[in-house]
Design a protein around this ligand. Structure first.
Ligand SMILES: *[C@@H]1O[C@H](CO)[C@@H](O)[C@H](O)[C@H]1NC(C)=O
Ligand SMILES: *[C@@H]1O[C@H](CO)[C@@H](O)[C@H](O)[C@H]1NC(C)=O
Ligand SMILES: *[C@@H]1O[C@H](CO)[C@@H](O)[C@H](O)[C@H]1NC(C)=O
Length: 510
């Protein structure tokens, strides 16, 4: 979904139970139902706690500083936590919160900011948040808005934001600059743009076009994506479907052949299959590219640590050599294989997705706090001497023990549960949520942690990223919530698809 944690931080049943469990008796089904309702309620309590702290100490700024009860404006000061919380508040049925956010969005001036704008972060959090709110409030949550005019304003504001940002694509190739100055219409002078930040725009920008009837946004994002779908030179695609990490902005050619599913590359692969879910007619090529990447990943990138051959993670590859390390960010991978597997009816992808889910669960359940680290390795030649015992038991050593409220592990538990209907994945999501609530919670919200393998998670880092609201709270909730139109479904029956910030947008029916 995004770039790795900053160094400074590092330093410091759908299928319904009945189908999936044909042998369990009725009472047990009912027992589980009320149990999952209680868990869903407990997640709502945590969301409300964080929302109240944000409103009290930080609103209308971007994020709460949950230790000092201060605030930050890391996302241009447009109220990132409010906009990122909208789709979760809708899904949780929190009418007051929803109406507060609708009111907020109507007042934002997206043409003004003091700081550099990230095209990627702005797209996935603000644009995705508003488009999702619009789709939900025009559809399954239609009765929540007190002032229906403010729902229309969501789309107006999404278009305003798109119009502010679109000059970023005005380059020699159409590959955008990521870091832009919206006042001067300038940029940071980069010669290359990253794979994920280039390839994680197309869902939101296409949705904006499909809702407004103005094709420009879709065209711009799909033109940029075209270089990723037809990678040049051939050295940029060392295995079919797996491509390099950086693209020259002037020419659209890749500048390297470094291959991974880690931060910086991750959501490019995520969006290939999600675009097919969004519209299988227009995005068949995207699906073909995802299938190639998935097959190559199973063949070339899957790795099993020496002490724990039962575990599976993805290595990265560059010029003939492999790096045996992975990241919390990478753990969206299980969910991606599960979504692709169910949509394309490929049991091999589902099975491999579950192996990845198990590998990520192992990074959680091996630590003292039961929360997984931001990054880890399993190269037997590089085990730090003070982690030898841990490595022999857990199968990995920790390279960054931080936890910055990332969602990817719980996200993949969610896909595993929706696709298989197996309760174990709900249990794992619950364990993770309980651990986060027990370790990261402060009097006003949730803080990042410096070391998940230290008592109490080490020290608390004074920041609460907006994606706590959009992602951690949402996936923790919907895995226990009842079936609904916006939930992930098995097979090809999805009515919504989640952007990389967990904002569900309505798929295009053809
Ligand atoms: C953006 O450009 C304006 C106008 O040239 C300038 O005043 C401002 O400092 C720039 N902002 C940033 C964050 O560089
Ligand atoms: C810990 O993770 C492993 C690997 O996924 C799994 O087999 C095991 O059941 C998990 N243990 C617990 C207590 O959840
Ligand atoms: C979360 O933490 C709060 C405060 O300690 C506690 O009251 C609540 O029961 C916890 N929720 C869960 C599910 O552990």
């Amino acid at each position: 979904m995004r770039v790795p944690a900053p160094l400074s931080l590092v330093a410091l049943g759908l299928v319904g139970s009945t189908v999936a469990h044909p042998l369990i008796d009725h009472e047990e089904v009912l027992g589980r139902k009320s149990d999952s309702q209680e868990k869903a309620e407990a997640v709502k309590e945590a969301f409300q706690h964080a929302w109240d702290g944000y409103m009290k100490y930080a609103y209308p700024h971007d994020e709460l500083h949950p230790v000092s009860n201060g605030y930050g404006d890391s996302r241009n000061g447009w109220g990132a936590s409010a906009v990122d919380a909208l789709s979760t508040a809708i899904i949780m049925g929190k009418t007051d919160v929803v109406n507060t956010i609708l009111d907020h969005v109507s007042k934002v001036d997206y043409s003004q900011t003091d700081s550099e704008v990230s095209l990627f972060e702005t797209t996935i959090r603000y644009l995705g948040g508003m488009l999702s709110g619009y789709d939900l409030l025009k559809g399954p949550a239609a009765r929540m808005a007190h002032n229906p005019g403010l729902v229309d304003t969501l789309l107006v504001q999404a278009k305003n934001l798109g119009d502010v940002l679109k000059f970023a694509f005005d380059t020699g190739s159409g590959v955008p600059y990521n870091n832009i100055n919206i006042t001067s219409k300038g940029n940071d002078g980069s010669s290359a743009n990253g794979l994920a930040v280039t390839g994680t725009l197309v869902l939101e920008w296409t949705r904006l076009s499909d809702l407004t009837g103005d094709d420009e946004y879709a065209s711009l994002s799909q033109k940029a994506e075209s270089y990723l779908l037809n990678p040049k030179p051939s050295s940029a695609e060392p295995f079919p479907g797996l491509v390099g990490s950086n693209i020259d902005i002037a020419t659209g050619k890749f500048t390297d052949g470094h291959v991974s599913w880690d931060g910086g590359d991750d959501s490019f692969y995520e969006y290939l299959i999600k675009m097919f879910v969004y519209d299988p007619t227009r995005f068949a090529l995207y699906k073909d590219r995802w299938v190639l990447a998935a097959e190559s990943t199973i063949e070339h990138l899957q790795a099993h640590p020496e002490p724990r051959p039962d575990l599976t993670w993805l290595a990265s590859y560059d010029s003939g050599s492999y790096s045996l390390n992975s990241q919390h960010l990478t753990c969206f991978d299980g969910g991606s294989f599960l979504l692709g597997g169910t949509v394309l009816n490929r049991q091999d992808f589902i099975d491999f997705g579950l192996e990845l889910v198990h590998g990520c669960e192992a990074t959680y359940n091996s630590t003292l706090t039961k929360i997984g680290p931001d990054s880890w390795g399993w190269d037997p030649k590089q085990v730090p001497s003070d982690q030898k015992e841990f490595y022999e038991k857990a199968g990995f050593y920790i390279t960054s023990g931080a936890y910055i409220l990332r969602p990817e592990v719980i996200e993949s538990f969610y896909y595993a549960y929706r696709v298989t209907g197996k309760e174990i994945y709900r249990d794992w999501a619950w364990n993770a949520f309980v651990a986060i609530n027990a370790t990261a919670r402060t009097d006003s919200g949730f803080a990042a942690l410096s070391d998940v393998n230290a008592p109490n998670g080490g020290s608390k880092y004074d920041n609460q990223e907006s994606f706590l609201f959009a992602e951690v709270m949402k996936y923790s909730y919907i895995i226990h919530a009842e079936d609904a139109e916006w939930q992930v479904q098995t097979g090809g029956k999805n009515n919504f698809v989640f952007n990389t910030e967990a904002h569900p947008v309505r798929v295009q029916h053809t």
